[in-house]
Design a protein around this ligand. Structure first.
Ligand SMILES: Cc1cc2nc3c(=O)[nH]c(=O)nc-3n(C[C@H](O)[C@H](O)[C@H](O)COP(=O)(O)OP(=O)(O)OC[C@H]3O[C@@H](n4cnc5c(N)ncnc54)[C@H](O)[C@@H]3O)c2cc1C
Length: 274
């Protein structure tokens, strides 16, 4: 079983600042981290490998500094990591990102046939959730999104049984292998990395590919040139106002609430009392 996990380096959006003048993210204001959903994707690959044997590769597209998320994935338990990095990839939207990643996956598949690809549900910066299904479409394999449990992997029949989150519950899906999963955070708990993994990660040198290392690439579909997405407007949504606090005695509070209700009476359909 060869599992490839796509991992993205993202700014830590819990502490990133917004430039109030340009309304864009000030990427220097926050450290770069492994996209949290992708950490769960790597952890799940480790769990599957414990049952089935085989190996785990991770793949990232990004600047040279993105080797950090590959090392972090090795720490969690991945066996090898690939970084595709080239100026030609810069400015990619989700269409161009999924194209570039699928070309790298084709090359990986040639060297080590791939049985399963795992992505995070979404990246916490771009937040579209489009890259996983985009890769599956380009590679002509089934995508199964919002997976919360890998219930069974049948290597003989080449199938996998998956629990998928729905708005009001879940569904069980059987898919053929190879397939692509996108995973939710509740799929597992990230475990503490054992010391040998940490030492291996510190020494690990990822395999680095430029566009020229990939085959049959249409350069017009890469980077900014291959990105039809246009940002129409960027703005910071206004903070929701806090609720009004009622003060005073019970009678005073009733009058206050009546005042509020009367101000908003047009929002309600008032029924005459009988
Ligand atoms: C309107 C808009 C404009 C943008 N403009 C720019 C721009 O000008 N310059 C720029 O650099 N970016 C830009 N981006 C961001 C860029 O499109 C995304 O970073 C990228 O395409 C991935 O999309 P996402 O973050 O929504 O990933 P999602 O689809 O949410 O990610 C899902 C999963 O796909 C995998 N994945 C995603 N990206 C990668 C990756 N790079 N490597 C490996 N795995 C990955 C991960 O497993 C991840 O969990 C823009 C995005 C939008 C929506």
């Amino acid at each position: 079983m060869h599992i490839v996990v796509c991992v993205k380096q993202v700014p830590d959006t819990k502490i990133i600042k917004i430039n109030p003048k340009t309304n864009t993210l000030d990427r220097r204001s926050a450290p770069a981290i492994l996209n949290p959903y992708d950490a769960h994707a790597v952890q799940e690959a480790v769990k599957i490998k414990e049952l089935t044997g085989g190996s785990i590769s991770v793949l990232s597209m990004g600047p040279p500094q993105a080797t950090a998320v590959i090392k972090k994935s090795i720490e969690i338990g991945a066996d090898r990591g690939y970084l595709i990095t080239d100026r030609a990839f810069a400015g990619a939207d989700t269409l161009a990102t999924s194209y570039a990643l699928s070309k790298a996956l084709e090359r990986i598949n040639k060297d080590h046939p791939v049985d399963m690809i795992i992505c995070g549900k979404h990246a916490i910066d771009g937040d579209t959730g489009q890259v996983g299904p985009g890769i599956a479409r380009r590679m002509d394999i089934p995508p199964v999104t919002n997976v919360i449990e890998v219930t069974e992997v049948n290597q003989k029949e080449k199938t996998v049984l998956l629990k998928r989150k729905l708005t009001n519950g879940y569904e069980l899906i059987q898919s053929e292998l190879p397939c692509l999963l996108t995973v939710e955070k509740e799929i597992n708990e990230i475990e503490y990395s054992p010391m040998p993994n940490m030492i291996e990660a510190a020494r690990y040198e990822p395999i680095i590919w430029a566009v020229s290392d990939l085959e049959n690439v249409d350069r017009a579909q890469l980077g900014l040139k291959g990105s039809p997405t246009i940002v129409g407007k960027m703005f910071t949504p206004p903070r929701p106002e806090g609720g009004k606090k009622l003060e005073g005695s019970a009678d005073e509070q009733v009058s206050q609430i009546m005042e509020v209700l009367m101000e908003k009476k047009d929002l309600f359909t008032l029924q005459p009392s009988k």
